[in-house]
Design a protein around this ligand. Structure first.
Ligand code: SAM
Length: 190
């Protein structure tokens, strides 16, 4: 199960409005679907992306907040001062399978994911530098595996509160239920 009261922020470093909009959006979608409660974008301010992310929450539910950080070190210190562990996902870190037990004991986490170039301070300010294999891959994959290990698969059963759209699992085709008050035109994209 996803523990009630668990606060998990994902801090996406160095968003670039043109090059990263798809990757950052996918990092947001994974954060929401896999149980994070805050998604914080650092780098270029991208109000279109923020609006799109909020539309996903309006349609598909959940309690994740979407915020912007102009100063990621300040964001880290704010989370730390509220009792969060700071986790940095990096291929250079310690294996997730050896660190996740200790991390799971904390109810609050801020998970930093990088982009093109990660500032060296990220390694220093983090309580744990965590690797999902020591091979290069992607922040989206690393985040999904990390959250899944953190929740021991419980996020697969998570209900997203106040959803207006629901998928009815089906072996073939697409079945989507919409709350009666919702117009079809409101459901465009995701
Ligand atoms: N060259 C970048 C750097 O300076 O670290 C890495 C770029 S990588 C495409 C983008 C992000 O994916 C990284 O900052 C990290 O958060 C995540 N990442 C990639 N491979 C990872 C791995 N094996 N374990 C954990 N995170 C990983």
């Amino acid at each position: 199960m996803v523990q009630a009261g668990c606060e998990i922020g994902v801090l996406r470093l160095g968003h670039r409005i043109f090059r990263d909009k798809r990757v950052t959006m996918h990092a947001f979608l994974v954060s929401r679907a896999f149980g994070a409660t805050s998604f914080i974008i650092h780098g270029d301010r991208d109000s279109k992306l923020e609006d799109k992310a909020r539309r996903v929450v309006r349609n598909w539910g959940g309690r994740i907040s979407i915020d912007y950080s102009g100063d990621w070190l300040k964001t880290v210190e704010e989370w730390r001062s509220r009792g969060s562990l700071i986790i940095h996902l990096t291929m250079y870190g310690m294996p997730v399978e050896n660190t996740i037990e200790k991390i799971r004991a904390a109810g609050r986490l801020l998970v930093i994911i990088g982009g093109q170039k990660v500032p060296s301070e990220a390694y220093e300010v983090s309580d744990y530098n965590v690797a999902v294999t020591n091979q290069p891959h992607s922040e989206i994959a690393a985040l999904a595996i990390f959250l899944d290990r953190f929740f021991k698969g419980g996020e697969l059963y998570m209900q997203h509160e106040k959803a207006r759209l629901f998928v009815v699992p089906s072996p073939k085709g697409k079945v989507v239920c919409r709350r009666p008050s919702m117009k079809e035109s409101e459901t465009a994209s995701f």
